[in-house]
Design a protein around this ligand. Structure first.
Ligand code: PNS
Length: 165
């Protein structure tokens, strides 16, 4: 079975990598889809996010995934890919409520599209890309939150943004 793991991945965190690793145990191919969340302002370009996801997964020795960038609806990507399973991680009760609403909306748009929610492990439940961006922007240590291979790219992105100010 193939599944889509959609998200903003801005940037990828250790929490995302954990969900990818666990999802790959139950599906044959995982399509990691970098998509637009209209509620979030972009930090890294989609292309940089893609390279970082690929590097993080390779660093973990993972295989059986592909990374795609898509600026449309998740249901349209699912149709094009012939996929009927979405996988997402949930860290909290608030996450669960939000993800359940998205799952219901996606199912209304594409009947037959199921969403499986994986609870975050206790080691990663507090990690979010938003937190990573906030800590990095203030010069803090993000090594607990993101894969080692993406740390420098995040720091570089903040330097570039500061130079542009
Ligand atoms: O990592 P995030 O920000 O929680 O991921 C949310 C994302 C990008 C998966 C969601 O916003 C999404 O599916 N965007 C694509 C557009 C879409 O299909 N929106 C309707 C969802 S009901």
């Amino acid at each position: 079975m193939r599944a889509i793991f959609p998200g903003s991945f801005d940037p990828i965190t250790k929490g995302h990598v954990d969900i990818i690793r666990r999802a790959l145990k139950v599906v044959d191919e995982l399509i990691i889809a970098i998509m637009v969340n209209p509620d979030k302002q972009g930090f890294l370009s989609a292309q940089k996010r893609k390279l970082m996801i690929e590097a993080a997964c390779l660093e973990e020795g993972l295989s059986g995934f592909k990374v795609v960038v898509d600026d449309g609806l998740l249901v349209d990507l699912a149709k094009r890919e012939g996929v009927s399973l979405i996988i997402k991680g949930v860290r909290s009760a608030a996450d669960l409520e939000h993800e359940a609403a998205m799952a219901r909306a996606n199912k209304l748009l594409l009947p037959g599209l199921e969403t499986v929610l994986l609870p975050a492990n206790s080691q990663t439940a507090e990690i979010s890309s938003t937190l990573v961006r906030q800590i990095a922007s203030l010069g803090g240590d993000i090594s607990h939150f993101v894969p080692a291979c993406v740390i420098q790219a995040i720091i570089d992105q903040f330097s570039t943004l500061k130079q542009q100010d």
